[in-house]
Design a binder for this molecule. Structure first.
Ligand code: GDP
Length: 449
């Protein structure tokens, strides 16, 4: 159990109608009495004067008291709802510190909720995901995970693994019958069931991670191909300067676009000049940055002026200099100027668009969703993170090994692989947590959460 009492502003920095300071820990009632006089009845918002050390008023507002374990953190909690002034809020925090509280670390309120079994790890992460959600779909998915839907499905899978383990461990304990036990149809049926649950959960988790993390595409191509026009068309507003002078975009421009709920991070780069062209140092630096971005992108949108270069020679020239393995989509732009619209092609996929008129952009959006395997805004999505998908993959690898050992009738190995599969899965909800993992997760929160 934690022995210290923590305090932080729970509302974001800045000015607002209301600002909230939250305290949690065993000293809350003592510090609370010193700050507001008599504590209000639990869960009843009551008007109070928030007091200075000398008894003067710091602010007037509402005090809300929660008694352990019936609070977000599972500890005694006091919320002071004052005016949303950074000066007032800081004075309240400082006064609580004077009375013995400590300033909270990032994510520490949620961490205490986790440590006191109010939330599991996946739910704690969903708190941060809900706060950070960039679209309604992402917010809905985070809320579903927060309410425990994701955790419940992880638990169902864990339960399936445990039952399998029990069956296999029993077989090992009766060596004379082990072979028969392992060949049992019921065991194979259970294994198949676990695999089906795993597959469905992985699909949801991959969708959930896409909702949270989205897709990063880099727009590149020769100067004047229409890259900035494309960025503006996708963003729906003028993010980039469009000009007929080549080399206008010299630095990187980033836009976050909502693609049916999936965040699409688009990075517009300085044009990649043809080899041997003479350019200045600023543009040279822009091109270096463009190439750097390419290393981290999910996909490159290579824009070509289709009116000038319908055969896409620019791409052929550039190809050898692109990072190997980076997926590419060729966009033949300025379709409105082309005498005939070229047919779409695969390898690499080739779409014709007009960034200026918007023609073909719906196809481009659908293409981007499809390349990431994003199913669109459907009901029932859950928020998930890369960490969860990795844990599911690790679990899958152990289940596969267990199946192979089962086929080879090696009971001990089956049992060991199932144990490892259970362990990998347990990392999602925090059943098998390590301090290092917890530190990594909660330090990414903001203070006051
Ligand atoms: P960038 O250098 O690749 O970023 O190219 P810009 O987006 O600045 O566009 C270069 C020029 O091409 C500008 O004059 C644009 O208005 C024009 N342009 C871009 N896309 C289209 C298009 O689809 N059709 C036509 N007709 N002009 C376009």
């Amino acid at each position: 159990m934690n022995t210290d009492t923590i305090v932080a502003a729970a509302t974001p920095p800045g000015r607002g109608g209301i600002g909230i300071v939250r305290l949690s820990g065993p000293q809350v009632s003592r510090i609370g009495v010193a700050m507001v006089g008599e504590l209000p009845a639990a869960r009843f918002a009551s008007p109070r004067t928030f007091l200075e050390a000398d008894g003067g008023a710091l602010d007037h507002g509402l005090a809300l008291y929660f008694v352990a374990p019936h609070s977000f953190t599972g500890e005694d909690v006091l919320e002071l709802h004052g005016h949303g002034s950074p000066v007032v809020l800081e004075s309240l925090v400082a006064r609580a510190v004077q009375l013995g509280a400590r300033r909270a670390l990032p994510g520490e309120f949620t961490q205490r909720a986790y440590l006191n079994d109010k939330l599991d790890l996946a739910q704690a992460e969903a708190v941060a995901d809900l706060i950070d959600a960039g679209s309604r779909a992402a917010a809905r998915a985070a809320l579903r995970s927060l309410q425990g839907e994701f955790s419940a499905r992880v638990h169902a899978l864990l339960q399936g693994l445990i039952e399998l383990r029990v069956h296999v461990e029993a077989a090992i304990d009766f060596p004379e019958e082990e072979i028969d036990f392992l060949a049992d149809a019921q065991l194979l049926a259970r294994l198949a069931q676990v695999r089906a649950l795993h597959a469905a959960l992985t699909t949801s988790a991959v969708q959930g991670r896409l909702l949270r993390e989205g897709m990063t595409v880099v727009i590149a191509g020769r100067p004047n191909a229409g890259k900035s026009t494309l960025l503006n068309a996708l963003a729906g507003h003028a993010a980039a300067i469009v000009s007929e002078h080549a080399g206008t975009t010299r630095d990187l421009l980033r836009e976050r676009i909502d693609l049916d709920g999936m965040p699409l991070h688009v990075i517009d780069t300085a044009g990649l000049r043809a080899p041997g062209e003479d350019i200045g140092p600023v543009e040279m630096e822009g091109m270096r940055r463009a190439r750097e971005q390419l290393q981290q992108a999910d996909r490159l949108l290579f824009v070509i002026d289709g009116a000038m270069d319908p055969q896409a020679h620019a791409y052929d020239e550039e190809r050898a200099r692109l990072p190997p393995g980076l997926p590419v989509t060729l966009l033949l732009n300025k379709r409105d100027l082309m005498p005939q619209v070229p047919a779409a092609q695969s390898e690499p996929p080739r779409l014709s668009i007009s960034a200026a008129t918007g023609a073909g952009l719906d196809d481009l959006r659908a293409h981007l969703r499809a390349t990431m395997g994003y199913a669109g805004e459907e009901t029932g999505q859950l928020s998930a993170r890369g960490r969860h998908v990795a844990a599911l993959q690790a679990c899958r690898a152990h289940v596969d090994s267990a199946a192979a050992s089962l086929a080879a009738k090696q009971g001990e190995l089956v049992a060991e692989e199932l144990r490892l599969a259970q362990r990998a899965l347990g990392e999602i909800t925090g059943e098998f947590d390590s301090d290092e993992l917890l530190g990594r997760i909660f330090s990414s929160f903001c203070i006051g959460k």
